[in-house]
Design a binder for this molecule. Structure first.
Ligand code: ADP
Ligand code: SF4
Length: 681
């Protein structure tokens, strides 16, 4: 049963003409499916509604071709032909009794109109963001009038699609905020004073209401602090005042802090509820419901924010991705079943990859339609086959859990005295503590499954596995970091001399830690190099991170972490050298070549930490495969590998691999449905 202190989260709330059945508001979020994969998109949003989110929003929805968001996979309402894909989503959301919201947007500086080739329009003549050699043309009065007309038409189409809430987007990447920011230097009645700068937002709210009619609520998503220093909008100066100027005009305020990287920081850099200081006081200037985000997963934090009058609704994108059933689980008092977001932003990376959303914690995310996966349900077993899973890292844990959920008799054997594999080790590194949730959620679920036996300190070899006599063996034995320098830049082992000791991430996580002047060579380009550099610097060493890439931790551009990573390394005193490939070591020196110019150089060093690539631990796979080929494997009918044991990758890939094995085991379900363009139309 639910604790009564969380009842407040289940009180309905009026949003203009509509009523949300509880306080859970899925804020707009990108998903890489958008209008290119409308069935996948609708299925994903529908599952959020099924999981109890009272309001489910789209992502950015462009109102006009001159505000083209391509190639990003988002939404558009340029003409009536764009209504059906969105109506599909509305239907899926309504089916579960939730309200559907659409985020109407016009990107202005944010995009270069790469598809339509229209000249982008915005507050001032200036370059678009990114590196496109394109400028925005400053809008005159007739452009503003045209924009209001396009917006109203899009609102009318949104109503036709069946949306309940029409959102005027005032995010960092859209026009309403670009006018409000003090960086708007216009000299007409749309620039200068705050009163003038909010004029466009006011007019956009008005035309949205006209287009949407009486049955639709109008909400505003707005930045209240740009985090841009004195040149940007600051909550204490103009942020709250901007809201008070338009206080009662919309039916709901959904508030944002800074850019996407500020609004969705990873757990390495911010904890749950980091926006609260910005939200305090907003409710004093408006009677309309206020929504805020903060990667909320704790029902206590959520209930407290509402009880203390900071927020009226709990906004969430990432927590709703990691667990679409979060509201239902709180409602039913199943708190330990909440699959808590770990704050890794792999979900964000799928937007930049422009492909189906993916999540480290929730392997079914983005697969609802194309593979028919559901975050809570899975088909029951189709035989009495017994399965031995070897290795209790993220892949093995998820595989055993999902096979167990299907009802199979599963044994999970782990060599170490604790479960979690690499997650347990990496969770001890600076900033990665929340990643332990990948292990903890699965261990909690495994504890509930009587048909899964878990054995620790079980280092299985070929003989033990054959002796176990299972029908199926799944190897999830993981990988180990290479110590020879092979990575992206080097295809063969580097010439490394014994007088420069070499350490790998496995050494450091195992407690074998270098000291003195240390070079961390990062040819992996994700978080590991930077996190180890930070750890070694915190221990008082003189650390330099060297990478052949153009940026430190370059993949983390996709997880919105690269600037914060560089800043943190700088604060810790870590030197950073980019575009530089290691060629070898000799007599206390590490030798490098500049990846652009070919210039050679060297550095004195006491130790070299190689973060380059990993090798799968797959000896057992080879041994078992030959036994099977020889017909000497007893009852065993098949051996499979999953996760890093098959091909080392990030944690999300290991979880997915374990889950996929369990889904597809003795199953004839859909493998990969695709959405094709219908040429006949
Ligand atoms: P993944 O990310 O693919 O799950 P991990 O490296 O995190 O990989 O986990 C692999 C796990 O397998 C580790 O916990 C390791 O101790 C365990 N393991 C490796 N070899 C064996 C073995 N022969 N018997 C039992 N457990 C093993
Ligand atoms: Fe959270 Fe990571 Fe999943 Fe995104 S990918 S929802 S940050 S666990």
């Amino acid at each position: 049963m639910r604790d009564p202190r969380f009842d407040i989260l289940f009180q309905p709330i009026q949003i203009g003409p509509v009523v949300a059945r509880n306080r859970f508001y899925q804020t707009p979020h990108c998903n890489g499916m958008g209008n290119l994969r409308p069935q996948a998109h609708a299925a994903m949003r529908g599952i959020k509604a099924e999981g109890g989110w009272a309001v489910v929003n789209t992502e950015h929805c462009s109102v006009h071709p001159s505000g083209d968001l391509m190639p990003e996979v988002l939404q558009m309402l340029w003409d009536d032909g764009d209504i059906p894909p969105l109506a599909l989503m509305v239907e899926a959301v309504h089916e579960h009794g939730s309200l559907a919201g659409v985020q109407l947007a016009y990107p202005a500086y944010y995009n270069a109109n790469r598809m339509t080739r229209d000249v982008p329009l915005g507050p001032m003549d200036r370059p678009v963001s990114g590196h496109h050699p394109v400028q925005v043309r400053a809008m005159d009065k007739s452009d503003i009038k045209a924009l209001l007309g396009w917006w109203k038409a899009a609102a009318r189409r949104a109503r036709k699609a069946g949306f309940d809430i029409l959102n005027v987007d005032g995010n960092f990447s859209t026009i309403a905020f670009q006018f409000i920011s003090p960086r708007n230097q216009r000299t007409d009645e749309y620039g200068g004073s705050l009163q003038n700068r909010v004029r466009l937002l006011k007019e956009l709210i008005e035309v949205t209401r006209e287009g949407g009619g009486d049955a639709c609520a109008v909400s505003v998503r707005l930045i209240i602090d740009e985090l841009f220093g004195p040149e940007g909008l600051r909550v204490a100066e103009e942020g709250i005042e901007a809201i008070s100027l338009l206080a009662e005009l919309p039916d709901l305020w959904d508030l944002v802090v800074g850019t996407w990287a500020d609004d969705s920081p990873t757990s390495r850099f911010a904890s749950e509820n980091d926006h609260e200081p910005f939200m305090t006081g907003i409710k004093g200037v408006t009677t309309k419901p206020v929504v805020g985000v903060g990667r909320f997963t704790s029902p206590d934090t959520m209930a407290s924010l509402i009880r203390r009058g900071v927020l009226d609704m709990i906004g969430a994108a990432r927590p709703s991705i990691a667990d679409p059933f979060l509201p239902k689980k709180i409602e039913e008092g199943r708190y330990e079943d909440i699959r808590e977001c770990i704050g890794c932003n792999i979900c964000v990376s799928s937007h930049f990859a422009m492909t189906n959303l993916r999540c480290t914690q929730n392997p079914t995310m983005g697969e609802e339609w194309r593979r028919g996966w559901h975050p809570e349900r899975i088909s029951t077993k189709s035989s009495d086959a017994t399965v031995l899973v070897v290795g209790g890292g993220p892949a093995g844990l998820e595989c055993a859990r999902a096979l167990g959920q299907r009802g199979y008799q599963v044994t999970l054997a782990e060599q170490q005295s604790r479960l979690g594999g690499r997650v347990t080790l990496e969770g001890e590194l600076p900033g990665l503590r929340e990643w332990l949730r990948v292990r903890d959620w699965r261990v909690t679920q495994l504890d509930k499954l009587r048909n899964v036996g878990v054995y620790l300190e079980s280092d299985l070899g070929l003989a033990e596995i054959l002796e176990f006599d299972a029908d199926e063996v799944v190897l999830a034995t993981g990988s180990q970091w290479r110590a020879d320098g092979v990575g992206r830049a080097a295809f063969k082992p580097l010439a490394l001399s014994a007088d420069v000791p070499v350490f790998t991430p496995d050494d450091i996580m195992g407690g074998n830690i270098p000291s003195g002047r240390i070079i961390v060579y990062d040819d992996d380009h994700y978080y590991m190099g930077a996190v180890l550099a930070e750890k070694l610097a915190l221990a008082g060493n003189e650390v330099t991170l060297v990478t052949p890439a153009a940026d430190v931790s370059s993949f983390t551009i996709n997880t919105l972490e690269n600037i914060r990573t560089a800043r943190r390394l700088h604060e810790r005193g870590v030197g950073m050298v980019t575009h530089t490939a290691l060629t070898g070591t000799h007599e206390g020196q590490a030798f490098f070549v500049d990846a652009r110019t070919g210039t050679k150089g060297h550095r004195q060093t006491d130790a070299l930490v190689l973060v380059t690539a990993r090798l799968p631990r797959n000896e057992l796979f080879a041994a078992l495969t030959s036994r099977l080929e020889e017909g000497q494997a007893g009852r065993l009918r098949r051996v499979s590998r999953i996760g890093d044991c098959e091909a080392p990758a990030a944690i999300y890939a290991a979880v997915y691999s374990g889950h996929r094995f369990a889904q597809e085991f003795e199953s004839s379900g859909p493998t990969l449905r695709r959405e094709r363009i219908n040429l006949a139309a």
